[in-house]
Design a protein around this ligand. Structure first.
Ligand code: FES
Length: 112
C-alpha cells in the first residue's frame, strides 16, 4: 500500500465548488474524471467514462455511495468502482481523494 505522502496529489477545486450531492467533471492531466460528493459529505473520484459505453458518468444520478449511468442505468459503487447492476460488467477506475481545508485533491490511479 502506498503512503499518502508518496502520492502525486493534484488540487482539483474548492469543496464549495462541488454540488452538495452530485458530480462534476474535471480534466486532470490527460484523464477525464468525475468528482462526486455524496449525502454523507464524502468526496469520491472515478474515471468519467462509463465502462459500458462512451458516455459521461458525471451526468448520472448520485444516490447513497453510487452513481448511475444515464444511458442504460448501470449503477457503480463509488468506493470500489464495481458495477452493481447490468449492463456494465467492468469496474470504473477509482482515484484517491483527500480534503485539506477547503481544497479537494486527487491522486490518479495508474491503469495497468
Ligand atoms: S453506457 Fe453506461 S450503462 Fe450503457
Amino acid at each position: 500500500m502506498t503512503a499518502e505522502t508518496d502520492l502525486d496529489w493534484i488540487r482539483v477545486c474548492r469543496l464549495d465548488e462541488l454540488p452538495t450531492v452530485g458530480a462534476a467533471r474535471a480534466q486532470l492531466d490527460d484523464r477525464i474524471v468525475s468528482i462526486v460528493r455524496v449525502e454523507d459529505g464524502s468526496v469520491h473520484c472515478i474515471d468519467d467514462e462509463c465502462t459500458h459505453g462512451k458516455v459521461s458518468l458525471s451526468e448520472g444520478e448520485v444516490s447513497a455511495c453510487t452513481i448511475e449511468c444515464w444511458l442504460h442505468g448501470s449503477r457503480f459503487d463509488l468506493r470500489t468502482g464495481e458495477p452493481l447492476s447490468p449492463p456494465a460488467t467492468v469496474p470504473v477506475v477509482v482515484h484517491t481523494v483527500k480534503i485539506e481545508g477547503d481544497d479537494v485533491f486527487v491522486a490518479l490511479t495508474e491503469e495497468n
